[in-house]
Design a protein. Sequence first.
Length: 412
Amino acid sequence: MGQGAREHAIVKALIRTGTPAADITVAPGNAGIAQEVHCEPGLDPNNPLEVTNFALQHKVELAIIGPEAPLIAGVSDALRAQGIAVFGPSQKAAQLEGSKSFAKEVMSAAGVPTGRAHECSTLEEVANALDDFGAPYVVKADGLAAGKGVIVTDDRAAALAHAEKFIDMGILVEEFLDGPEVSLFFLSDGKGVVALTPAQDFKRAFDHDKGPNTGGMGAYSPLPWLPANFVEEVETTIAMPVIQEMDRLGAPFVGLLYCGLILTERGVRVIEFNARFGDPETQVVLRRLITSLSGLLYKAATGHLETSALPEFSKDVAITVVLASEGYPDSGAPNRPIHGLKDAEADAHIEVCHAATAEQDGELVSTGGRVLSVVATNRTFAHARKHAYEALEKIHLKGSHYRKDIAAKVAE
Ligand code: AMP
Ligand code: GLY
């Protein structure tokens, strides 16, 4: 389920690791996904009844939920109640992503390292919390906001204005954490976890981390600068304690635990959890996966992760650069034609995942903010970057923009 570049990347990885394309259906999908597998554009992935009826009728063996909205809407619970294997946590367990204050409570109970935070329900409380921590200010909406709910700023007035916009959701004011960011995904069957490979996301809209936060403008994997025992450390100090605490709460977490981390001088800190694959990190993480993806997700969904083969990843690196439409993330652009995609995809090192595309009168058009995710693999980051940016130059979408500095630091 889903319709973004993440879901396109999942489909490509399923096929690449052995699932026949004819066995896959995506609801609703997009123009790119529809070129590879059957799509059900009319099926609403957020409607538990519709999804369950479809799954029963078509004898679905494994349901994979891409975005957070169906999780929050209880689609996993409805499918599970009918005995269908689902990769995606229950409504209750998805609160790890849906509510930042719930996530903080779980981390506190599980002894997981994270930034100190104040929960605020009035602007007066926000103002006090801002003064308590001092600048830079970190203000977070306590609910789903498509990657746009967080502001990090030195400008106290801007921090307050952001809080005012989201005050009805509740606000979390957090201490500023300084250091590089890492996204690390764990598959979980509710009891144990299996780590995938680390990636880095570029959240700001413009080069050199300028501009507003977005859903993600690019990513790369692996991260050659990480300490050797990093994945094991995150598994034992963060992922396992959280999975155990969720089980203790009667809300076992079955699906993908996305750990958003900052490596501070005082150690690793959690900045957020998500209850699903990250976008655009999935495009690079799964591009490097060699092991059967459907096998891994099925084992997680059915509570047998401990009997699963450990995921193996290619030694090649992967980078992805997101092509965004004019005005993203601040304002919307009209649907516009996209040209040059075939030419860009002719390079064997390139895959293009569609995010917001549709066919209109026989022509491919953009339909939203993040339009395409160009993925390149190669032996080195320098080579991967060269291919990615050459491909982007071949793609034409009026007014579009993309970051030029994805993985630049590791390519030096
Ligand atoms: P989140 O949605 O919580 O991941 O926040 C979005 C982005 O804001 C993160 O990827 C970070 O770049 C930044 N951010 C969030 N929390 C903090 C923090 N406590 N200190 C510094 N930057 C943060
Ligand atoms: N790339 C950030 C996210 O998926 O939430």
